[in-house]
Design a protein around this ligand. Sequence first.
Ligand SMILES: NC(=O)c1ccc[n+]([C@@H]2O[C@H](COP(=O)([O-])OP(=O)(O)OC[C@H]3O[C@@H](n4cnc5c(N)ncnc54)[C@H](O)[C@@H]3O)[C@@H](O)[C@H]2O)c1
Length: 353
Amino acid sequence: MSKKIKVGIVGCGGIGGVHLEAYKKISDQIEFVAACDLNAERAAQRKEQYGFARTYTDFEEMFAKEELDAVSVCTWNNGHAPISIAALKAGVNVLCEKPMAMNSKEAEAMIEAEKKSGKLLMIGFVRRFGENTKFSKQLVDNGKLGEIYYVKTGCIRRVGNPGGWFSDKKRSGGGPLIDLGVHMIDLARYLMGKPKVVAAMGATYDKVGIRSNVKGIVQWKSMDYSDYNDVEDLAAGFVRFDNGATLIVENSWTQHIKEDKLYLELFGSKAGLQMEPELEIYSEENDYLTNVKPVINENASGFGNNFDREIAHFVDCVARGTQCLNPSEDGLELMKILDAIYKSAETGREVQL
Ligand SMILES: NC(=O)c1ccc[n+]([C@@H]2O[C@H](COP(=O)([O-])OP(=O)(O)OC[C@H]3O[C@@H](n4cnc5c(N)ncnc54)[C@H](O)[C@@H]3O)[C@@H](O)[C@H]2O)c1
């Protein structure tokens, strides 16, 4: 058997736990070596749960002392660039959670460190590992949609600002656009064949607030919750790509609507594909309109399974040099789109790239 991949993690919070569960499922291929968190107790808890050899509160110290093959970076967004760069400089392959960084400048520095190191910097675009995404991508690649010229996507919560670091701009870089929007814009771009952004318009609003007062519902809150909030409630964007296609995106953590909304619709010259809320394809057959609904076992497209596949793929890339599905340049392109929407919202003008 080939040698086990020595795994570390920085950021032992919510999503860190999801990564660790996925690593545990392939424990024949990996070894839990070091866990790091600013919160020593949280790192110690992960050591207890997963059998890490050592824990740290300082990632620099961890990379200096340990000989790791791979690390998951699962911290607040402001840690993604410094930690990934330190890991790459220490010769460690990195799986960095989304968003890749706070902005495209940081993302460029990460890619430079990746190139110098010769190691891998993979970005946690976990939804690319969904069965519904796989199905949709194959359909697009087989030309079934024709030319995709327009995409609409959104993820809107009625009440769902997680608070804590998420709503603190210096640690998150922004609100629902950099949090939820990252997933939706990446999926759209991935399915569209990864066109490059050439211009964007955007608007952001902070009219509703964090709404920690709301009773009678279970609100998902970040681990170290506080109701400090200096990010947008709502972001809307219109993006132009180099192939002439356009994308409309809206994301909100709180809006006065009846229920949460998640949608992703691609419009092609031969067929339309709705990936969310339910996978369906709209076209024509024998001069009749058709609605096609693929049968996909819900469990197979669930959240946890996607992370299992993402982590297994990362380990596969590190151990066997498999080509990475989520390369760093896709993370950078995404950061350029977010930067342009935020900048346009600030200036009130279209941003050209
Ligand atoms: N892929 C997804 O679907 C998905 C879902 C949720 C979160 N995320 C991303 O994962 C990251 C973490 O989110 P979360 O929900 O787990 O947050 P969290 O607050 O639950 O956990 C973050 C942890 O990182 C630690 N931390 C922060 N900065 C650190 C540093 N410099 N060094 C060591 N530890 C540090 C904190 O102490 C905390 O324990 C974010 O970037 C978020 O966008 C991705």
